[in-house]
Design a protein around this ligand. Structure first.
Ligand code: Q9C
Ligand code: ZN
Length: 539
């Protein structure tokens, strides 16, 4: 199942016709630059490309008042002076004679994407649109937004596809107050937004953007606001927000569809956001969302005003939607104190509404082990490109060095390989899984096996040869992930060898997770490897 990319060139027609430093950043190049980059990376070609259609007036009416729709329709015939006067009646908005057409295409693109995903034509997708939507309200344009693309898409998914639980994830750096107002009393739509807030001193300066705005009436708990009270939030803060707030609530909510208000003004370099998250972070956030709703993720572009950062972030998101592995996040994954405070205040405000957030004051389950991070050489925690640390100090040269050489990790040609001892078991495999016939050379396998009594028998040795071969292809970048079957009595010994083999091939950090029966934990005591291997759960 594929990924849809919904776009229409006509959405580049609207542009600012007068001087306005606040509005000039919402420009046609946002779309053209992002699209060019998708083409250049071969990503557009891997998507199902859909031409956006215009939304009907009935579809606009799912969210907006007839009077407001008529008013926007009327802007098609206005001259520049009249457009400017009307624009001045809203906060941070400009109209152009093509605005009505563009804004209807933006809504239509979101609807087409939802239809394609819910019809099963694709698993997920992205609508590249402008104008953006999340600030727009029932009868008002606001913050570059004319019609509320994502809110209309959610209403459409309910009415036309009978959905009962929709999650909206708004990672734009501004609060999508328009979406919040439309669904604040509706428990069928869970709205999550993080946003630059600075204790209310950042646009749109709303009291209701704070963590204690949790929805109303039957919608109590279905609005989740995470205000960032300092600029400079980065990868560690965003990942922590997902792990400690969004994902617990989202799993408990169990959505049938995830809509993403995908604004990239929350990425490094953006003049509005002033945040530090690198483009790769959006690949990770996208991956984390794909565990929900059977992977039905529909993303719709919102903000994003640094053309290079925007384009790279869009590419990262599309790569993750396509199922490519995400490049590792570099730098120490340590959240800012202010971010932890924000996260904690949301957890407190939402605690009464979500069981998954109600574990405050519970002591850690595991006692400290010799494998805990304190015992690790600090060099392992401080890896990463030097530019990363420089960029944290708001250095312009460091920003361009970060964005000039995007981290492109080649996608392995094979997604999943399986190594089986008995080849006939392969008949039951899904068609996109490669049945790996190869084995490591016999002498090499025997050399690795020699110290292990459990690997003396033929069956275990054959299986080990296959494991080593698979590991080799994974570390080579030929295969993304693999499954090998070994006899139960040789499992721990095979793991011992696999860990040593992985480390000897240059792996620097290894997470070992044993699920199910293992006769003993892997034995790493004899050769100083233990600082590089984090032990998992041995059941
Ligand atoms: N420097 C979107 O990102 N100007 N809209 C704020 C603060 C308005 C942003 C001024 C920003 C609107 C979709
Ligand atoms: Zn924004």
């Amino acid at each position: 199942m594929g990924t849809a990319l919904v776009y229409h060139e006509d959405m580049t027609a609207a542009r600012l016709l007068w001087d306005d430093p606040e509005c000039e950043i919402e420009c046609p190049e946002r779309l053209t630059t992002a699209l060019e980059r998708l083409q250049q990376r071969g990503l557009e070609q891997r998507c199902l490309q859909l031409a956006a259609r215009e939304a009907s007036e009935a579809e606009l009416g799912l969210v907006h008042s007839p009077e407001y729709v008529a008013l926007v329709r009327g802007t098609q015939a206005l001259g520049t002076g009249e457009l400017q006067t009307l624009s001045g009646q809203y906060d941070a908005v400009y109209f152009h004679p093509s605005t009505f057409h563009c804004a209807r295409l933006a809504v239509g693109a979101a609807l087409q994407l939802v239809d394609a995903v819910l019809a099963g034509a694709v698993r997920n997708g992205l609508a590249l649109v402008r104008p953006p939507g999340h600030h727009s309200q029932r009868a008002a344009a606001n913050g570059f937004c004319v019609f509320n693309n994502v809110a209309i898409a959610a209403k459409h998914a309910q009415r036309q596809h009978g959905l009962h639980r929709i999650l909206i994830v708004d990672w734009d750096v501004h609060h999508g107050q328009g979406i919040q107002y439309i669904f604040e009393d509706d428990p069928s739509v869970l709205y999550f937004s993080w946003h630059r807030y600075e204790h209310g001193r950042f646009w749109p300066y709303l009291r209701e953007s704070d963590a204690d705005a949790v929805g109303q009436g039957p919608g109590l708990g279905f609005t989740v606001n995470l205000p960032w009270n300092q600029v400079g939030m980065g990868n560690a803060d965003y990942v922590a927000a997902f792990l400690h707030v969004l994902l617990p609530v989202a799993f408990e909510f169990n959505p049938e569809l995830v809509l993403v208000s995908a604004g990239f003004d929350s990425a490094i370099g953006d003049p509005e956001g002033q945040m530090q998250a690198t483009p790769e972070c959006f690949a990770h956030l996208t991956q984390l969302l794909q565990v929900l709703a059977g992977g039905r993720v529909c993303a719709v572009l919102e903000g994003g005003y640094h053309l290079e950062s925007l384009s790279q972030s869009v590419c990262m998101m599309v790569q993750a939607l396509l199922g490519d592995p995400a490049p590792p996040l570099l730098g120490p994954m340590v959240p800012h104190g202010s971010a932890l405070e924000s996260i904690q205040s949301v957890r407190v405000a939402q605690g009464p509404h979500w069981m998954s957030l109600q574990q405050q004051g519970v002591a850690p389950v595991l006692s400290p082990s010799p494998h805990s991070p304190e015992g690790r050489p600090s060099s392992l925690l401080l890896t990463g490109r030097p530019e990363f640390k420089a960029a944290a100090t708001q250095d312009v040269a460091a920003l361009s060095s970060l964005l000039d050489q995007p981290r492109l990790n080649p996608t392995p040609p094979v997604r999943t390989a399986v190594a089986l001892a008995a080849p006939d078991a392969a008949l039951a495999l899904p068609s996109d899984v490669l049945c790996e016939e190869g084995s490591a050379p016999q002498e090499e396998t025997q050399a690795w096996a020699r110290p292990h009594e459990a690997l003396a028998q033929d069956r275990a040795l054959t299986a080990l040869g296959k494991v080593l071969y698979l590991l080799d292809r994974i570390l080579d970048g030929q295969v993304s992930s693999g499954i090998a079957v070994t006899p139960a009595c040789a499992a721990a010994a095979t793991l011992d060898v696999a860990i040593r083999c992985g480390l000897s091939h240059g792996a620097q950090r290894l997470l070992c997770l044993a699920v199910g029966q293992l006769d003993r934990p892997p034995d790493l005591t004899d050769d100083g490897y233990d600082s590089q291997v984090t032990g998992g759960i041995y059941g």
